[in-house]
Design a protein around this ligand. Structure first.
Ligand code: FEO
Length: 130
């Protein structure tokens, strides 16, 4: 997955976080493809889970701070995705074969659609506020 200018929401801090998320998903993909060991996969997956949480926290802080009307709906999407990612992590820890290309495809598609749809809406709102 490569960063495209069309992914930019126009807020530098958020763009940087999205770039990092893309890079982490790519690292996971690359590690799976190269058949890296469980410890490495676990480290990458754990890092991704933590960074997803950090990133959502940043966005939610801004949305709350500026009384964004779509805050709750946006947070709901974040919560659902967080639950899904945590479930993958827990399944992985239990030794289930969850790190598949289908999973990577899901992560990529979710992130892309979320950035282009949901994130762009609140970013536009913030930009209008100046
Ligand atoms: Fe960039 Fe709403 O996640």
């Amino acid at each position: 997955m490569t960063w495209q200018d069309s992914f930019s929401v126009g807020v530098k801090e958020i763009d940087e976080q999205h770039k990092k998320l893309i890079s982490m998903i790519n690292s996971l993909y690359s590690a799976i493809k190269k058949g890296k060991g469980q410890t490495i996969l676990q480290d990458i997956l754990e890092g991704l889970v933590q960074y997803v949480d950090e990133h959502f926290g940043t966005e939610e802080k801004y949305m709350e701070q500026y009384n964004y009307p779509g805050y709750l709906a946006h947070k709901k999407e974040h919560n659902k995705f967080t639950e899904q990612v945590l479930e993958v992590y827990q399944d992985f820890e239990q030794g289930k074969q969850v790190l598949t290309l289908e999973l990577l495809d899901f992560l990529k598609k979710w992130l892309k659609n979320h950035i282009l749809g949901t994130d762009k809406k609140y970013a536009l709102f913030l930009k209008k506020l100046g």
